[in-house]
Design a binder for this molecule. Structure first.
Ligand code: C2E
Ligand code: MG
Ligand code: MG
Length: 510
């Protein structure tokens, strides 16, 4: 038998197409998926195999390209996620600003004079408590945007947490740092609009400038910021070493305030509220004073905020309410013929959230035989911007008792007058800051007149506070403002002088 393969088989083996096909398969196997073999015109079985291999190569090529694209995509995704994670660790999620740790990192690398501006919002807690956390978040985002736009590209704005921000300025001078702080303060003057409310989001700022010692800069700026808070907020203070004493003083005040309550060191003085038409006094506002054993008379501005922080405000408020109501009982007994007048008591937001406040007031009024219509509770504007809240329900219950409610400091918080209509209050006290320039600034006078109109068209009665001159009183009377209060009429007086002062108003103006 001939051992050699049959003719046709030998024919295939010697066929140059087979050689090419083998080469192509080897190339494909090596990873080059572009190798192809041109089929011949014969169109025989070998050509069929060649076409099959070409198709397979084509298929492989596509699968490979797709795979490469997918790998690229996945790699890009992984890189993005990694970048996001890194970003998350150093930025604040809400505002996108760097956080405390990245700021201190940047600061420690500074080589020259460095400034830190500590920024703390003035009434963020109220915004959060009364308008909700979503509104609070919107305010924080807007504040961070404004702060960023107030500084230069090389300065760093960071959110340290809550409503606390910091600005880091490297290689600078005190003058420059203060300039930047002023711009930041200015940027926060315009109210922030959230839906149909307009929220005031001013801040207190403390500035510290010196060698790039980060912990020191932060500590000093913080102390200066507290000083700015205690000086009435919405202002800037530059750190001075003597401020350290003020901080110690504050801690001391806090400690002493606890015992002051037990020792009855809190006393009330009373300022008349005057009917501008008749000139008669129609009420008195109780204002608390701390009769300190060594410091003398301490004003509420320097201990009410501390009492709020310490949670002592509830006890303080209870004591003030009882004193004022008891005093009213005593006045009525002493001068039964004097025309009826009211006593106004300031109530803080915290007190309003205390369940049982209405019950306590009711029983206190009974104890001292005082008719509820004799009591007016003054509540600051910000607290009242709560519909359907715990506070709103408490206001309703207080109204049911027959006690009147007054919005205090109107014009310093939310500007939305449309809310006035919904409030269970009867009177609105326009803040002194609105009227202090009416005798010199006709535009401001017009503005105040418009506000007075709005108040009366909302069905409420207006009191203007802080009237200091005859001219202001005159202008307000001309605008149809029904009531006023201020040093021009009388400074706050101790309780034993109240009846005499009230009688004086009746006598002097008939
Ligand atoms: P407020 O309720 O707006 O009281 C008006 C403040 O303006 C009082 O200051 C008053 O003495 C002062 N004032 C009155 N007339 C004039 C004026 O013509 N010119 C100027 N420049 N000021 C005038 P005061 O007594 O220092 O009280 C400050 C704030 O402390 C009060 O503002 C009130 O928010 C708070 N406060 C006072 N007593 C109490 C209290 O018993 N409880 C609570 N929660 N807060 C109180
Ligand atoms: Mg008041
Ligand atoms: Mg006021």
């Amino acid at each position: 038998m001939d051992p050699s393969p049959p003719d046709d088989e030998r024919g295939i083996l010697s066929d140059p197409r087979l050689q090419k096909l083998v080469e192509a398969i080897l190339t494909l196997a090596s990873g080059d998926l572009s190798a192809r073999v041109e089929p011949s015109e014969a169109g025989d079985e070998l050509d069929a195999v060649i076409t099959g291999v070409n198709l397979l190569a084509e298929e492989l090529h596509y699968v490979y390209i797709e795979l490469e694209e997918r790998v690229d995509e996945r790699t890009a995704m992984l890189l993005r996620t990694q970048a996001e994670l890194e970003q998350l660790a150093v930025t604040d999620v809400l505002t996108g600003l760097p956080n405390r740790s990245i700021l201190s990192n940047i600061a420690t690398r500074a080589a020259h004079e460095t400034a830190v501006i500590m920024v703390d919002l003035d009434s963020f807690k109220e915004i959060n408590d009364t308008l909700g956390h979503d509104t609070g978040d919107t305010v924080l985002v807007e504040v961070s945007r404004r702060l960023k736009s107030a500084v230069r590209g090389s300065d760093v704005v960071a959110r340290l947490g809550g409503d606390e921000f910091a600005i880091l300025i490297r290689d600078t001078t005190e003058q420059e740092a203060v300039q930047i702080a002023r711009r930041a303060l200015d940027a926060l003057q315009e109210n922030v609009s959230v839906g149909d409310v307009s929220v005031r989001a001013t801040a207190s700022m403390g500035v510290s400038v010196g060698p790039p010692d980060w912990p020191q800069r932060v500590r000093d700026a913080d102390i200066a910021m507290y000083e700015a808070k205690s000086r009435g907020r919405n202002t800037i203070q530059i750190f001075r070493p003597d401020m350290l004493d003020a901080t110690t003083e504050r801690a001391k005040t806090a400690a002493e305030l606890r015992t002051a309550l037990q020792r009855d060191e809190l006393e009330l003085v009373y300022q008349p509220v005057v009917d501008l038409g008749s000139g008669h006094a129609v009420g008195v506002e109780a204002l608390v004073r701390w009769n300190h054993p060594t410091r003398g008379v301490v004003m509420p501005g320097s201990f009410i905020p501390i009492a709020e922080d310490l949670g002592l405000i509830v006890d303080l408020g209870r004591s003030v309410l009882e004193q004022a109501i008891a005093q009213m009982g005593a006045w009525v007994d002493e001068a039964p013929d004097l025309p009826a007048f009211t006593v106004h008591v300031n109530l803080s937001a915290t007190e309003l959230r205390r369940p049982g406040l209405d019950r306590d007031i009711g029983s206190c009024l009974k104890t001292y035989g005082v008719h509820p219509s004799r009591l007016v509770l003054e509540i600051t504007e910000t607290v009242l911007m709560t519909r359907g809240s715990e506070e709103a329900r408490m206001l309703g219950r207080l109204n049911d008792l027959g006690v009147s409610l007054q919005i205090d400091d109107f014009g310093t918080g939310y500007s939305s007058i449309s809310y006035l209509r919904d409030l269970p209050a009867q009177t609105v006290k326009v803040d002194q800051s609105l009227i202090s320039t009416i005798d010199s600034d006709p535009d401001q006078a017009q503005f105040v007149e418009a506000i007075l109109h709005l108040i009366s068209s909302a069905g409420l009665s207006a009191v203007v506070e802080g009237v200091e001159t005859a001219r202001q009183a005159e202008l307000l009377r001309g605008m149809g403002c029904p009531y006023a209060q201020g040093f021009y009429f009388s400074r706050p007086v101790p309780p034993e002088r109240v009846l005499e002062v009230l009688a004086g108003f009746s006598a002097a103006r008939g």
